[in-house]
Design a protein around this ligand. Structure first.
Ligand code: COA
Length: 161
C-alpha cells in the first residue's frame, strides 16, 4: 500500500519524522509531498525543504520526497494513490484536519485520510516554533535533525528574518 504524507515541512522536525518513520513501517511506500503553492511565507524554498527531507529520511528505503502544487486530490490521483496520512498532535488539530479530509473526500470519493496520533514527546512541536527559536539563536537540536539545525543556523546567521 502506497500513502502520501503531505505538508509544508518548513522545515521538517522530529515530529514529522516520527510520523514518516511509523508510516514507513506500516506501508509499502511513502511519498512525502511538499506543498509548493503555499500561502505561508516560507523560510526555506521548496528545493531546500526537499533536500532536508531527503537527508532526514535517507535511512528509510521506501520513502520518497516530491513536491506538488494545486489541489492535493489532483496530485494523489496523478500518483495513483488514494490514501493520505496526516498526523494529529493535539485535539485542536482535529477540526481543521476533519474539514480537509471531508472536502477532499467530497472531491475525490475514493480518497481516504488516515490519522496517526503524534508521539507525545512531539505533540507540542511545530515548524514555526522551531523557526522562531532558531531566529533568536535558541538551541533547536532537540527538535530537528542535525542537517536542519545547520540549515536554520545558516538562514539566521545574520540575524532574524
Ligand atoms: N509534528 C510536528 N509538527 C507538525 C506535525 C507533526 N506531526 N504535523 C503538523 N505539524 C505542524 C507543521 O509543522 C505546521 O507548523 P507551522 O504552521 O507552524 O509551520 C503545521 O503543523 C501545519 O502544517 P502542515 O502539516 O504542513 O499542514 P498545512 O496546513 O500547512 O498544509 C496540506 C496541509 C498541504 C495537506 C494542505 O494545505 C493541502 O492539501 N494543500 C493543497 C491545496 C488543497 O488541496 N487544498 C484543499 C484542502 S481541503
Amino acid at each position: 500500500m502506497r500513502v502520501i504524507y503531505p505538508g509544508s515541512f518548513d522545515p521538517i522536525t522530529y515530529g514529522h519524522l516520527d510520523i514518516i518513520t511509523r508510516c514507513s513501517e506500516k506501508f509499502d511506500e511513502v511519498i512525502i509531498a511538499v506543498l509548493n503553492n503555499n500561502k505561508k511565507n516560507n523560510l526555506f524554498s521548496v528545493e531546500e525543504r526537499i533536500e532536508l527531507l531527503e537527508k532526514a529520511t535517507k535511512h528509510l528505503p521506501n520513502v520518497e520526497t516530491d513536491s506538488f502544487s494545486g489541489l492535493l486530490i489532483d496530485y494523489a490521483s496523478e500518483k495513483g494513490c488514494s490514501t493520505i496520512v496526516r498526523g494529529l498532535r493535539v485535539v485542536s488539530d482535529l477540526e481543521y484536519e476533519m474539514q480537509m479530509a471531508l472536502v477532499n473526500k467530497k472531491l475525490y470519493p475514493d480518497l481516504e485520510t488516515l490519522f496517526l496520533v503524534s508521539s507525545s514527546e512531539f505533540s507540542f512541536l511545530s515548524s514555526s516554533l522551531v523557526r522562531e527559536v532558531a531566529a533568536f539563536k535558541g538551541d533547536v537540536g532537540c527538535f530537528v535533525p542535525k542537517d536542519v539545525e545547520i540549515a536554520l543556523n545558516e538562514k539566521f546567521k545574520g540575524g532574524s528574518k
